[in-house]
Design a protein around this ligand. Structure first.
Ligand code: PLP
Length: 400
């Protein structure tokens, strides 16, 4: 379409939309569909956070703020990185945006153009490749399958780096697999960057607080402080504080990059919502005890889902260390036939079959760049998860 820009032609609508829309349409037709495709906690925003927003409205904090965030919230972000991640940023090294998504968009648009490459380990969060392509850059996907715990190795990253590489994007714990890198694994990945001074790294730590491992969460700038000036540490309130609708994300990074991202934001959204910023301030500075309770619930659901799905003939479901997703490998189901005699030739076919036969909506691995697999979000009640797993098991048992 000649009315559209070249840039918009390079991206696709979120590939999860098709299946989510079909599930919604089936529900509207009165069919009892269980959707395991949500990317958000089912818990509510903590009450003290809501109260801070109400107080901000009543105090008249309803005007524009500084583009990169209120001084108070930037100070809280600086304190968060120091307290939780042992990274020493100053206020000019942090930015607050409209969700982690805008922060990532700012960073890529400010640094990537035609001829530039961005290394993205697969499976990846669906938006990374599209943001890179929108900027005009090329995506270099590096596959990390179940046999390697859905984690890339330093050797793979080293082999993918070229003179055109601008960024490597790490996401731990991962959407869609839940896999998380240990401090030692991150240090080994950082060592590769040390050999290639032109390469920078984004670490997307959005799921930091949805964490089950015995070892503490680690992030790249923490374990490789000498590389801090080449790392953008992205985080936000959406997942940790069940604040997806408030749209607050933030990042710490080198001053020149934060300044460029702030300049771009000044010409797009200006500041994040003033009221949401007040709520985020309360969340970052406030009590953290509810996180342990929620993690205990998430962890029990993970155990349930992993046990049920891994027991299904044809599926292999690793048990992840964080986030609220599992990513069963479905190699054993591809090539098999439905009761109607239709062959499942890929994971999109499998997701279609599960929707039609089990009435459970999952997202096919193709959306995340690593097949055959599918993503299950377990951010829903135990009862629903039990029913969904039972239905998936029954549908899989019917395959020839
Ligand atoms: N990064 C990852 C890995 C995500 O899964 C998400 C949300 O789904 C985001 C970033 C963006 O989060 P938000 O824009 O809600 O802060």
């Amino acid at each position: 379409d000649h009315r559209l820009s070249a840039a918009i032609g390079r991206i696709e609508p979120s590939p999860t939309l098709a299946i989510t829309a079909r599930a919604a349409a089936m529900k509207a037709d009165g069919i009892d569909v269980i959707s395991l495709s949500a990317g958000e906690p089912d818990f509510d925003t903590p009450d003290f956070v809501k109260q801070a927003a109400i107080a901000a409205i009543e105090a008249g904090q309803t005007k524009y703020t500084a583009v990169g965030g209120t001084p108070a919230l930037k100070a809280a972000v600086v304190a968060k990185f120091a307290r939780e991640n042992r990274i020493d940023y100053s206020p000019p090294e942090v930015i607050v945006g409209v969700g982690g998504k805008q922060v990532l968009f700012n960073a890529i648009l400010a640094t990537v153009g035609p001829g530039d490459e961005v290394i993205v380990p697969a499976p990846y969060w669906v938006s990374y490749p599209d943001i890179v392509r929108f900027a005009g850059g090329s995506v270099v996907a590096v596959p990390a399958g179940r046999e390697q715990g859905y984690k890339v190795t330093p050797e793979q990253i080293a082999a993918a780096i070229t003179p055109a590489t601008r960024w490597v994007i790490f996401n731990s714990p991962s959407n869609p697999t839940g896999a998380a890198y240990s401090g030692e694994e991150l240090a080994a990945l950082g060592a590769v960057l040390r050999d290639h001074p032109h390469v920078m790294a984004i670490t997307d730590d959005m799921y930091e607080h949805i964490w089950y491992a015995d070892t503490p969460f680690a992030t790249l700038a923490e374990v490789c402080p000498d590389l801090k000036d080449r790392i953008l540490t992205v985080n936000g309130c959406s997942k940790a504080y069940a604040m997806t609708g408030w749209r607050i994300g933030f990042a710490g990074g080198p001053r020149w990059l934060i300044a460029a991202m702030t300049k771009l934001q000044s010409q797009s959204t200006s500041n994040a919502c003033s009221i949401a910023q007040a709520a985020a301030l309360a969340a970052l500075d406030g009590p953290k005890d509810f996180l342990a309770e929620r993690n205990a619930a998430f962890r029990a659901r993970r155990d349930l889902v992993v046990e049920r799905l891994d027991a299904i003939d044809g599926l292999a479901c690793p048990s992840p260390e964080g986030a609220f997703y599992v990513y069963p490998d479905a190699s054993g189901l591809i090539g098999r036939a439905t009761p109607e005699g239709v062959m499942l030739s890929n994971d999109a076919d499998l997701a279609e079959y599960l929707l039609a036969e089990a009435r459970v909506a999952v997202v096919p691995g193709a959306a995340f760049g690593l097949s055959p697999a599918f993503r299950v979000s377990y951010a829903t009640s135990r009862e629903i998860l039990e029913t969904a797993c039972e239905r998936i098991a029954r549908a899989c048992a019917k395959l020839g």
